[in-house]
Design a protein around this ligand. Structure first.
Ligand code: PEP
Length: 252
């Protein structure tokens, strides 16, 4: 069964006490909701809070992921965390290739591919983020950019591994800008993304892979996006930082 995933990327926000307040709010709200069995609610806190959020979420339906990790098992890599460490802290998912990692920290598709492989080697579910810049969108290169990011980011991944893959299409021009893609744009790109995944792994597996949309998703535009057949969930930045707005989307 393909899941609908509503995921919140906290980015570099929330102190420890703010993180606890937010998780309390989310957990209390979730208790009052009758979430359908196919729904997964997921948060990506800053890595320093992951263990605590995982402990708080035990016994609930809230899953936890990490926003970034290095691919090596251990070693002299100052400032990095390893796949084993994030697994040990309770992470189930790992966000790989968020546009801020690609464009601020200059992470290449080759590096991201190593992180995807490391995720599988450590029983973490990769959420590979892809998406085009504004100038690429305006030049009509969206599909070309997404295909390259998928093919290179998922190089040497087997069909069996792809059964656990999740993908987030996040047009860079829509992230944190308030300029959301229309449901029709999201659907058209995500349909294409699924066709690329079908070429790589077969249609049956591609049909199982949740493809999320991300970029200025909010309570007032989420239903339209989620009504599209190839929008299997949302990756939310700004609107996930308050329990009310995050839950308003999670319960749709
Ligand atoms: C994101 O950071 O992945 C994101 C989609 O942010 P926002 O919702 O704020 O555009």
């Amino acid at each position: 069964m393909k899941k609908r995933i509503i995921a919140g990327n906290w980015k570099m926000y929330k102190t420890s006490s703010e993180a606890k307040d937010l998780v309390h709010g989310i957990l209390n709200g979730m208790k009052e909701m009758n979430l359908p069995a196919d729904r997964e609610v997921l948060v990506f806190p800053p890595v320093i809070h992951v263990k605590e959020v995982h402990e708080m979420a035990k016994g609930s339906k809230l899953s936890v992921g990490v926003q970034n990790m290095y691919f090596e098992a251990e070693g002299a890599f100052t400032g990095e965390v390893s796949p084993k460490m994030v697994k040990d802290a309770g992470a189930k998912y790992i966000l790989i290739g968020h546009s801020e990692r690609r464009h601020i920290f200059k992470e290449s598709d080759e590096l991201l591919n190593k992180k995807v492989k490391a995720a599988y080697d450590n029983d973490l579910i990769p959420m590979l983020c892809i998406g085009e810049l504004l100038e690429e969108y305006e030049a009509g290169k969206t599909n070309e950019v997404c295909k390259k990011q998928l093919v290179e980011g998922l190089k040497d991944i087997t069909a069996d591994q792809a059964k656990k893959l999740t993908v987030a299409y996040e047009p860079v021009w829509a992230i944190g800008t308030g300029k959301v893609a229309t449901p029709e744009i999201a659907e058209s790109v995500q349909k294409y993304v699924r066709s690329v995944l079908a070429d790589m792994f077969g249609q049956d597996i591609a049909d199982l892979i949740p493809i999320l949309y991300g970029g200025s998703a909010k309570p007032d535009n989420a239903a339209g996006l989620l009504s599209q057949p190839n929008v299997d969930g949302l990756l939310i930045g700004g609107a996930c930082l308050k329990a009310d707005s995050f839950l308003a989307i999670a319960k749709l």
